[in-house]
Design a protein around this ligand. Sequence first.
Ligand SMILES: [Zn+2]
Ligand SMILES: [Zn+2]
Length: 139
Amino acid sequence: MVEDLLDELRRSGQRATTARRAVLEVLVAAGDGHLSADELTRRVRADHPAIHLSTIYRTLEALAEAGLLTPAPFADQPTTYHLRADVHHHAVCTDCGATINLPPSVLASLRRSLLADHGFHADPHHLTITGRCRSCSGA
Ligand SMILES: [Zn+2]
Ligand SMILES: [Zn+2]
């Protein structure tokens, strides 16, 4: 998995540095979790104590540019990152900040009608739908 990602990185003309490999390893290990730059740094440093936060930030930028990562901003929280190959969406409560992870299939009918009605090929990788959760809406 990490080797495939590093191949993709090389194909996009970027070098597979130690920091890039370490960040990808942490993200793959995190599964569908979302990690902030701080949290990524903490985990990377467990194996590579010499890698600094500024290096991690540059690494995240380079990996996002190469199309391997998706930055996922959530309301007022720090930006988190996850692998682009991990397609999913979120419903986020604007009152309490609760988030629900949604599979790509929730958008199947929306994608079908965008194509049928507008000839538009939607390709959402990480969509956030805002609203109110069950407990905040009092239902
Ligand atoms: Zn997400
Ligand atoms: Zn809520």
